[in-house]
Structure formats: structure tokens, C-alpha cells
Design a protein around this ligand. Sequence first.
Ligand code: RTP
Ligand code: MG
Length: 159
Amino acid sequence: TLHCAKALQLTLAVIKPDAVAHPLIMKALHQRILESNFIIVRRKDLKWRRQDSERFYAEHSGRFFYQRLVEFMSSGPMRAYILAREDAIAHWRELMGPTKVYRARYTSPDTIRAQYGLTDTRNTTHGSDSVESAHREIAFFFPEFQIEDWMKKEEPCFR
Ligand code: RTP
Ligand code: MG
């Protein structure tokens, strides 16, 4: 019987259009993912229509930044990753750093957003913030990925 020292977890990581526009940043981010002990389960390059953007960020409709967020996220190509490791959600969010770039630069200069972020909207990356949103967001970006089947196959290391 397989023994798992630590339970694995899936998260969705997205490289936003501001970073996809720069091949050297893309390369650095890919390297950073591998160095941080994530397993890359799936990877996909895609571009959103405006309606995809509106649907994904529906929970933020009404916030002052909603229009520019929706506009920006459908303005150019993105790269999405399904990542796995123990506590993947928290580790990826820690690697990204705070949403607000000025705060990231001030409090955590080693993070991705501190190093590459341009503004609070064009802040290089997205990461799921809970198990529920990870599952919902993975399904949004990778509708063909059968998350339950995949995790069952890897049992008992996934949760
Ligand atoms: P994310 O959803 O991308 O992981 O970021 P988060 O949880 O750290 O940030 P949240 O507060 O959930 O913000 C949702 C999205 O809105 C963008 N945003 N723009 N002032 C602004 O222009 C502004 N404030 C937030 C964030 O970049 C994030 O994508
Ligand atoms: Mg969020």
C-alpha cells in the first residue's frame, strides 16, 4: 500500500496578459514554478473573450475595478497551469505575494507580483484562494480535465 508523507493538493495558477507579453518573464515564472516543487499537471495557452472574463469575475461585478479587470483579462493571451504539491493553494499564493503591487514591493520583495507586477490589476498572476475556488477555476479553464477521476487515481495522496 502506498504511503504518503504529505497530502497533495491542486491549485489553478494563471499567468496574466501583462506577463505573457514578455517571453523572458514567462520563462522565469515557469522556472520559478519548477523550483518551488510544484508538479505541473496541465498547462494551456488561451485567450478569453470578454464574456469569459465577465463570467470568471462575476463575484467582483460592482467593484470599482471590475470594468478594467474584465477588459484587461480579455486583452491578450494567458497561460493557465494546474499545479500540484502539498498545500499548493497557500504555497502558490505565497509565491505570488499580495494583490497590491506597492504592498508586495514593500512587504515581500521576493514575490512574483513585487518583481513583475505593473498595477493592482496587471499584477502578473492569479491563484485560487480555497479548495472550492480551485475546483471551480480548474473546471473553468480546463473543462476537459476530470478532476475527481484524476484525484481518485492518485489516492490517497490527494485531497
Ligand atoms: P486573484 O483573485 O487574482 O488571486 O487576486 P487576489 O485574490 O489576491 O485579489 P482580489 O482582491 O480577489 O482581486 C480580484 C482581482 O481583481 C484585481 N484587482 N484590481 N485596484 C485594482 O485595480 C484592482 N484591485 C483588484 C486583482 O488583480 C485580481 O485579479
Ligand atoms: Mg481573489
